[in-house]
Ligand binder design. Structure first.
Ligand code: RET
Length: 251
């Protein structure tokens, strides 16, 4: 079943099955959203198209990970086979495919939220830039074989705090000016997004960072987070915008 490079610590068939399950969920959601889009007039499909792009990219990434592709064996300095931490002479399977997915999809998720709030284009651009910076930091950290990886994690955290600041202080102000449904949708989706996004660096610390949990548990942790922050977020956002016309967002 497995092709590609083998690591000492890698997903089992259970992990692979779970990745295929998430892959199917993402694919199904893409089809449903495209179906919903075609029932709307062309001028009202923006959020459907962006959301479908997000789940389509995730579908491909999960297909790769389920097939044990898009991964590299990375040397782990410390591991805990039993109850104690020991200097390890082994490798852990690290899925870089995740970061390619996130580099494309997390800017799109933020874009949807910032369009909902009606923030100016320069604000959108710096926020998306900080987001890409954050994901690249996570990728480089994950591929780093020494404790220097935590340096990259720290830079990524700084970017996440900047994004949170932009949403809580800048975007919120603009959403309040819009009022009505866009304001409500910005609030529900914004709170949902921020709560979930702060769990990602924890998952990273336990998997790629500290090698504390097994790659199968990593699959479940990231998988649930991705389902909630892509499919869950999509549901809240599209429902919130069910009555929104382009004019309400100043376009
Ligand atoms: C990393 C490690 C470096 C520090 C931080 C991280 C944050 C990642 C986030 C990822 C969000 C992913 C989403 C995927 C979509 O489904 C890169 C793990 C802060 C916030 C929402």
């Amino acid at each position: 079943r497995y092709v590609g490079q083998q690591a000492d610590l890698q997903i089992t068939n259970h992990g692979s099955d779970w990745y295929y399950t998430v892959c199917a969920l993402m694919g199904l959601t893409t089809l449903i959203i495209m179906g919903l889009a075609f029932r709307k007039p062309q001028t009202h499909r923006l959020f459907h198209y962006i959301t479908a792009a997000i789940t389509a990219v995730a579908c491909v990434a999960y297909f790769a990970m389920a097939s044990n592709l898009g991964q590299l064996p990375i040397l782990v300095e410390w591991a805990r086979p039993g109850s104690r931490w020991v200097r390890a002479a082994g490798t852990r399977e690290v899925f870089y495919a995740r970061y390619i997915d996130w580099a494309i999809t997390t800017p799109l998720l933020l874009l949807e939220l910032l369009l909902t709030a009606g923030v100016p284009t320069p604000t959108i651009l710096v926020t998306l830039l900080a987001d890409v910076f954050m994901i690249v930091c996570g990728l480089i950290g994950a591929l780093t074989q020494t404790r220097y990886k935590w340096g990259f994690w720290t830079f990524g955290m700084a970017a996440l705090f900047f994004i949170a600041y932009e949403l809580l202080f800048d975007a919120r102000r603009h959403a309040n000016v819009l009022g009505g449904d866009p304001k409500k949708t910005f609030w529900t989706c914004g709170v949902w997004l921020l709560l979930l996004w702060f769990l990602y660096p924890i998952a990273w610390g336990l998997s790629e960072g500290g090698n504390v949990i097994h790659p199968d548990s990593e699959a479940i942790f990231y998988g649930i987070l991705d389902v909630l922050s892509k499919i869950g977020f999509a549901g809240l956002l599209l429902w919130g915008h069910r009555k929104t016309s382009p004019r309400a967002l100043g376009r």
